[in-house]
Write a protein that binds this ligand. Structure first.
Ligand code: BGC
Length: 281
């Protein structure tokens, strides 16, 4: 072996080692956990369950503890800790938490239907302090919408998917080719001089004692505006009322296909767990 050859040989070994290391690292980076934990912070209950990320289903029983009143950050964080303590979770399991407000890099920016003391609160920090774990906090509709696009009604749909949740408020999640555009807050579009959710949310149906067809008229107005602004390929309707979809979805006349969510109550927990797992690797 000439000096030259030896040099090449060494270089080759060196390149091979570097290549192996590179591949190993890529492998480590690509390895997504198969289980994570999701927590849904709602107005009446704080619910948590381990999630099987391959199937997009709960991997164990769900635990629910009533939301403390007043639902201040410290009281809620303590309840989140109680939910987590009900499980024997490995230290490094990704934990995702949903919250019904705009969440920018962990910090709550709005409080439409929650205690105003949340505005400016770093949700991830208060929960980390109470639980001793790193958590990822996301808007509740974003979590549910992400779950529907990865595992549910919008699975494998390419293009622009808009997921809306009809409940106390209207939540929205915009997903483009599988990527979530967070904090779209389309429940707060101003339509006919009103904050849209105050007229068209499920809580407005209840409050104003509307029949399904009366409520559908309000939904017609809402979704017409939304489809003319966003031109989505698909609209998915979630929230507890989506289990009665046959009472109102067929009454809507839209150009965009509109379908009920399929993950129902599990969507927030599953989506939060999935987003936390994505953030962890
Ligand atoms: C809030 C959103 C939330 C939605 C559903 C709205 O009032 O502004 O952040 O996603 O309600 O809970």
């Amino acid at each position: 072996m000439s000096h030259h050859d030896k040099h090449d040989h060494d270089k080759h070994d060196h390149d091979k080692d570097a290549g192996d290391r590179h591949r190993k690292r890529r492998h480590m980076l690509a390895e997504r956990p198969t289980t994570a934990f999701g927590i849904d912070i709602g107005g009446s209950g704080i619910k948590g369950a381990p999630v099987d990320l391959v199937r997009g289903e709960f991997a164990g029983e769900r635990v629910r503890i009533p939301t403390p009143q007043p639902a201040t950050p410290d009281a809620v964080a303590r309840t989140v800790a109680e939910v987590i303590e009900a499980f024997h979770l490995p230290e490094d399991v990704p934990v995702g938490v949903t919250f019904p407000a705009v969440i920018l890099h962990g910090v709550a920016q709005s409080a439409a239907n929650v205690d105003p003391s949340w505005i400016g609160t770093d949700v991830e920090d208060v929960i980390a302090a109470a639980t001793g774990r790193n958590v990822v906090a996301v808007n509740d509709a974003d979590a549910a919408g992400y779950a529907e696009t990865v595992y549910g009604a919008a699975r494998s749909v390419s293009g622009v998917v808009l997921v809306t949740t009809l409940g106390t408020g209207i939540g929205s999640a915009l997903v483009v080719d599988g990527h979530l555009v967070p904090n779209t807050e389309l429940g707060h579009l101003e339509i006919d001089g009103h904050d849209a959710e105050s007229r068209a949310a499920e809580s407005a149906r209840d409050r104003d004692d509307l029949s399904w067809s009366e409520w559908a008229e309000r939904l017609q107005r809402y979704y017409s505006v939304v489809e003319n602004l966003f031109w989505p390929d698909l609209i998915v309707v979630g929230g507890g009322v989506s289990k009665h979809h046959e009472k109102f979805l067929p009454l809507l006349q839209l150009r965009t296909p509109i379908v009920p969510a399929t993950l129902r109550n599990a969507a927030g927990i599953v989506g939060a767990a999935a987003l936390a797992a994505d953030a962890s690797h």
